[in-house]
Design a protein around this ligand. Structure first.
Ligand code: P6P
Length: 337
């Protein structure tokens, strides 16, 4: 933890690091600040959600056919507005929108970057006051003129320039990477500033938390069932039985594992062979952070970040967290393949 006497704000930190990205000429700095600004507004609404009419369903479904919450719509609108107005981003892919949102106004079409985001992940937990999050990922555009297109968004994770999340929990944190480590910033609500609180975040070497929705056990592949049994065996020398923790918010489950060590698993099942989580705006940004924090992210057979996306909302099985734990579950999956 950083003592309060040595506060480094997110803006100061990004600018200090900008020297490492001379090509960015400040655009990435401004883009990250646009995201932080939208996050503060979303945070305010989430914190007041119980007091104003913003809880509950919007009455619509999102492109995934999932009931859309009012806060989902609010968060989506807020991030799109902030990014459209910022002029650094020429297109967005969002969980809440079936197609790419292309910014073809003269201000934004010169933007060098595109963003894939889940504006409010875990929103089914809103009513129960459980931590939820925003997940974002930033690519350089591929097309050269006009508003961004799906070609700019369907890029593998290895092309990511930056990724991160905001976790709206007991405190609100913004955690991000630009490929030179992972750093965490805690929002000081009294002044509305994100302050560096968790420099150079890395998975602990020792880890003994596994995170999976065991309610789906009967649908899991045999390899995953066997891995769960491995986690539950009594073997003190390897810290087993492991502790089971599952929040049901990807950002919250991942963040806990990043702090305490652990593995998060959302495997493919008989019902959903590619799992539930979306490659572009959930798996890839989380995978980039995991790798930058010394961990690993796999679909059981290959690096998540090396999967070439074919469609905007495609799903991928996700095994992410402490390197050795991910390698262990991969060994089970490959043995049973
Ligand atoms: P299940 C939230 O809806 C989400 O997309 C992720 O945040 C979370 O990890 C997962 O779904 C939870 O899914 O099937 O366990 O409720």
């Amino acid at each position: 933890m950083v003592p309060r006497t040595k506060i480094v704000t997110l803006t100061q930190f990004i600018i200090q690091r900008q020297s490492e990205y001379p090509h960015a000429k400040g655009a990435l700095t401004r883009l990250l600040n646009d995201i932080a600004t939208a996050a503060k507004i979303v945070n305010r609404e989430i914190n007041a959600a119980g007091l104003v009419d913003i809880l509950g369903s919007s009455g619509k479904e999102n492109v995934q056919g999932e009931a859309q919450k009012k806060l989902d719509v609010f968060a989506n609108d807020m991030f799109i507005t902030a990014l459209k107005g910022g002029g650094e981003c020429c297109a967005i892919a969002s969980e809440e929108n079936e197609k790419v949102i292309s910014f073809s106004n003269e201000f934004s079409e010169l933007g060098k970057y595109v963003i894939a985001m889940d504006p409010l992940d875990g929103s089914s937990n809103i009513e129960s006051n459980v931590s939820i999050g925003t997940i974002f990922s930033i690519y350089r555009r591929i097309t050269e003129v006009g508003g961004g297109t799906i070609e700019d968004l369907l890029q593998p994770g290895v092309n990511l320039v930056a990724s991160g999340y905001i976790i709206y929990g007991s405190s609100t944190m913004l955690v991000y990477t630009t490929g030179k480590g992972v750093n965490g910033f805690t929002l000081d609500p009294s002044v509305g500033i994100f302050c560096l609180s968790h420099p150079d975040m890395r998975f602990p070497e020792i880890s003994n938390i596994y995170s999976i929705n065991e309610g789906n056990y009967i649908y899991f592949p045999e390899a995953v069932k066997q891995y769960i049994k491995y986690c539950q065996q009594d073997d003190e020398s390897s810290g087993r039985p492991y502790t089971s923790r599952y929040i049901g918010s990807l950002v919250a489950d991942f963040h806990r594992n990043l702090i305490k060590g652990g593995i998060f698993l959302y495997p493919g099942t008989k019902k959903m062979p590619d799992g539930k989580l979306r490659l572009l705006y959930e798996c890839n940004p989380i995978a980039f952070l995991a790798e930058q924090a010394g961990g690993k992210a796999s679909n059981g057979f290959k690096r998540i970040m090396e999967i070439n996306p074919q469609t905007l909302h495609q799903r991928a099985p996700l095994f992410v967290g402490s390197r050795r734990m991910v390698e262990k579950v991969e060994s089970y999956i490959q043995k049973y393949a």
